[in-house]
Design a protein around this ligand. Structure first.
Ligand code: 26Q
Length: 846
């Protein structure tokens, strides 16, 4: 920026009413930073020497990444400022996406491509004797999420920025993200993910926008002179919330949206109070308690009930984010007239559902709105997305615990519930059972707050994440609510961003698509349909398979690097990567590998196959961890057998994360999506694989149903029980009878019973295998196994005919347009958010 400018940090936008405008800033700095090769090279050198104080010839590798990232960040800054001002000052409506998780992965490659810097920057680095690839690998993954839900939030942000939608992400800046997984003697071992230890180039701390969040204390009733009774929440332990902003660049459109992550620190007042009481150590300990809130991501992808720290995290996110939204509103408005029309808060599952009582509290207690006005606003702005059908994953908090931690929000929850139950009683007179079922606070001796009910009652929109999932929500879990408020329920099928999950992670295929279709497909996925006529063209097929083979070689290198196991790119790459969970049935895939292995030993030939499994188990989920051990035991036997070495390999790849998936999904031939029907809400890995030309073997579950609809049976290997069949099979389920009548199953289970895969852990292995053989197995693994083995045989028969297989592969990519989050975001925007796209000031964008 020009040195003559006279704008101080305190005057920057968002801090005061007399805001500096973009035009003011640019009047001082009319010349944007150069994006040509020479400017970029100079920028990298300057950052090495001036920002980082290193000598380019002798700098530790990490500084190379940092200097490159800072140079890219500089070029994002002015776009960020312009976008922020456009959003805060001129868009009529804005969405705040509230999520406990954002699984962003690495940022550099995405930023470089979205700013269209890749060619010039590569050339600049080449002149410095460096490469982009090398720089990129030095960035730590931002793993602030568990899996599907967190990555979905990241894909949403990318698509919103790319569509110029005014959407801000709000989340927590966890000091430790998703744990790092290593495998020791076949067992999962967790290590902390200290992802910030070398600093995080992409975040900007904004202490001037900090706010306080209250905990504990008690509620005082005060009668004012006019007779009004007001509630004062007093004697609280306050925590300071400090925002760190992360830029979210759109795809070559000049937009840079914001992900605002809250960091918790102690407040000065709080310390002072303790110090005055002479309690130095208590004060330091209290500071710890405050800082603890954003310390660590809970590594469960199904709710872990009852942990007070988790509740503190949820309220901290919600309170800080809503205070922020109200602060911004009040910069330009005197009251809350028009607030509802200008906002939407999208709740990513029930985790932020305390937003409902918190917005009420802020409006009623702090801003003195009458209850009915505040409720009208709240129910016009909140929208809830459900991500699970598993009843055990529905969040409930003990009323006692919430009441102690959050006394005033709890009173508000109870008042919301009282009014809601009145409404139910008049809409469904005499149906006491239903009233009890629907109540936000359960009617038990030890009442719990049902967070899904709180979210539903407070929201104008409730959506599931795939067509089947949304239908099952309406018919099952939320049937009573659907009867009361049918218009609130809707479906928004998930997607993935084709930029990260195709264009950037699969440059080989991108080049082929660019050559064939023109580069505009990246912004308009429907263009991929034009591949269909080429699906049988031998020369196109040859190019297609050459790309796939090269990608398989890259994955093979990663596998060898991490596990020492060598696999050939000629093998069928059969991949199941996702969180470890019984319902996802990694066991099916493993049992099939055992089947193939035993076949080979008996002299029946098979096509060479590489089975890759990866995923993390929640540290407290004993069964999921045991399954990892079983997979590793089986892998150990198979991979050490010279007789089958050129035919079969089974690998459990440790530490699955976003960056690993960027290497895995371009290399897969077969995508395993084999959950018990009715259990997987949507799945999104299924979409990443499909886009990259993998063929799915899958059950009719989640978004698999829509993938099948898009590609047709010819290009999808469907098997297994349907949702409608599952309950029938459960009654009188006798897995041992199914095993007894199928020689293949008998042989598999006998191999386990023989101790072949025990590796000194007979009891553990037996517990996993016996669970699958139990009539109480909720996941019906054995019920689906015969059809699964048959279907794998059909897979192999197709794989034997390269032209047939390649056609399926091409058709999968060709039909993947509807699984872009660009489509998903347009659906949310049409039906829920109703945002206008951001209009940037009329000036040239590089
Ligand atoms: C809740 C309370 C306490 C501790 C942890 C949690 C918790 C955290 C994460 C509960 C659930 C999650 C994550 C759930 C998740 O990832 N669900 C997946 O969401 C995807 C995106 O919609 C779907 O595609 C998957 O089907 C669904 O399993």
């Amino acid at each position: 920026m020009n040195s003559t400018n006279n704008i101080s940090a305190a005057e920057l936008p968002g801090t005061a009413r007399n805001m500096v405008t973009v035009d003011d800033v640019w009047a001082h700095d009319p010349i944007s930073l150069g994006t040509d090769k020479d400017s970029l090279r100079q920028a990298v050198v300057d950052h090495f020497e001036r920002t980082l104080g290193r000598d380019i010839d002798h700098a530790a590798a990490h500084y190379l990444y940092k200097a490159v990232a800072l140079s890219v960040r500089d070029r994002m800054m002015e776009h960020w400022l312009v976008t922020r001002q456009a959003v805060e000052s001129s868009v009529p409506r804005h969405t705040c996406y509230l999520s406990m998780e954002y699984l962003m992965g690495r940022a550099l490659r995405n930023a470089v491509h979205n700013l269209d810097l890749q060619d010039e920057l590569s050339r600049a680095l080449e002149e410095l004797g460096l490469t982009m690839e090398k720089a990129e690998l030095l960035e730590a993954d931002a793993g602030l999420g568990n899996g599907g839900l967190g990555r979905l939030a990241a894909c949403f942000l990318d698509s919103c920025a790319s569509l110029a939608l005014p959407v801000t992400g709000y989340g927590l800046r966890y000091r430790y993200g998703m744990f790092r997984q290593s495998i020791d003697n076949g067992f999962q071992v967790e290590r902390p993910d200290n992802w910030l230890h070398e600093g995080h180039v992409w975040e900007l701390e904004r202490p001037e926008l900090s706010c306080h969040v209250r905990f504990g204390g008690r509620v005082e009733l005060i009668t004012e002179l006019n007779g009004n009774v007001i509630h004062r929440w007093v004697d609280t332990d306050d925590v300071r919330a400090v925002p760190f902003d992360v830029p979210v660049p759109g795809y070559q459109n000049g937009i840079v949206n914001t992900l605002r992550l809250w960091n918790s620190t102690a407040t000065d007042e709080f310390n002072l109070h303790e110090f005055n009481a002479g309690g130095y150590t208590e004060a330091v300990a209290a500071k710890n308690a405050a800082e603890n809130i954003s310390m660590v991501l809970y590594p469960n992808d199904a709710s872990e009930n009852g942990k007070v720290l988790r509740l503190r995290q949820q309220y901290f996110l919600v309170s800080a984010s809503l205070q922020d939204a109200l602060r911004i509103w009040l910069l330009q408005n005197e009251d809350f007239e028009g607030f509802a029309e200008a906002h939407c808060f999208q709740l990513n599952d029930t985790h932020p559902s305390l937003a409902v009582p918190e917005l009420m509290r802020l409006l009623v207690d702090n801003h003195r709105l009458p209850w009915d006005d505040a409720w009208s606003i709240t129910t016009q702005v909140m929208a809830y997305t459900n991500h699970t059908l598993l009843p055990e994953a529905l969040e409930c908090w003990s009323l006692d615990m919430i009441g102690a931690l959050l006394p005033r929000p709890t009173e508000i929850i109870q008042e919301i519930n009282r009014r809601f139950l009145e409404e139910v009683a008049s809409a469904m007179p005499g149906e006491h059972q239903k009233q009890a079922e629907m109540s936000i606070v359960s009617f038990d001796a030890h009442p719990v707050v049902r967070m899904a009910h709180l979210a539903i009652v407070g929201s104008f929109s409730i959506n599931g994440v795939a067509a089947l999932h949304s239908k099952l929500l309406k018919e099952g879990l939320f049937a009573n609510f659907n009867q009361l408020w049918p218009a609130r329920f809707n479906n928004k099928t998930n997607g993935v961003t084709q930029r990260r999950w195709l264009a950037y992670c699969n440059p080989g295929l991108t080049t082929l698509l660019d050559d064939t279709l023109g580069a505009q497909w990246v912004g308009r996925m429907e263009e991929l349909e034009r591949l269909k006529p080429m699906a049988d063209d031998p020369s196109f097929q040859a190019r297609w398979m050459a790309v796939k083979t090269a990608n398989k070689q890259s994955l093979a290198a990663l596998v060898e690097d991490r596990t020492g196991i060598q696999v050939s790119a000629d093998m069928l790459f059969d991949v199941q990567v996702k969180r470890m969970h019984e319902y996802k049935r990694q066991l099916l895939c493993t049992l099939h590998a055992v089947h193939v292995y035993l076949d080979l030993l008996e002299g029946h030939d098979h096509e060479p196959r590489f089975v890759l499994i990866a995923g993390k188990a929640a540290p407290g989920y004993y069964m999921a961890k045991s399954i990892i051990k079983v997979i590793n035991n089986v892998a150990q036997v198979i991979n050490n057998d010279k007789r089958t070495a050129d035919r079969l390999k089974l690998v459990f790849l440790p530490d699955y994360n976003v960056s690993a998936m960027e290497v895995i999904c371009p290399a897969a031939d077969l995508s395993e999506q084999v959950s018990t029907a009715g259990k997987e809400a949507s799945g999104t890995g299924n979409m990443k694989f499909m886009m990259n030309g993998a063929v799915t073997i899958g059950t009719l579950d989640g978004a698999n149903v829509e993938i099948l609809e898009a590609v047709d049976h010819e290009n999808f290997f469907q098997f297994g029980l349907t949702v409608d069949e599952v309950d029938g099979v459960r009654r009188g389920y006798a897995p041992s009878a199914i095993i007894a009548r199928d020689a293949r199953l008998k042989r598999i289970f006998e191999a386990f019973d023989s101790g072949l895969f025990d590796a000194g852990e007979a009891e553990l292995v037996r517990s996993v295998i016996d669970a699958a053989r139990s009539p109480h197995d909720a996941w019906l693994t054995v019920a689906d196994l015969p059809d699964y083995l048959d279907t794998q045989a059909r897979v192999e028969a197709s794989w034997k005919q390269p032209a047939v297989w390649t056609r399926k592969s091409i058709m999968n990519t060709a039909c993947s347009a509807r699984f872009s989050t660009d489509r998903t975001m347009q659906d949310y925007n049409r039906d829920i958010w109703r945002l206008q796209s951001i209009e940037l000031p009329d000036r040239e964008i590089d």
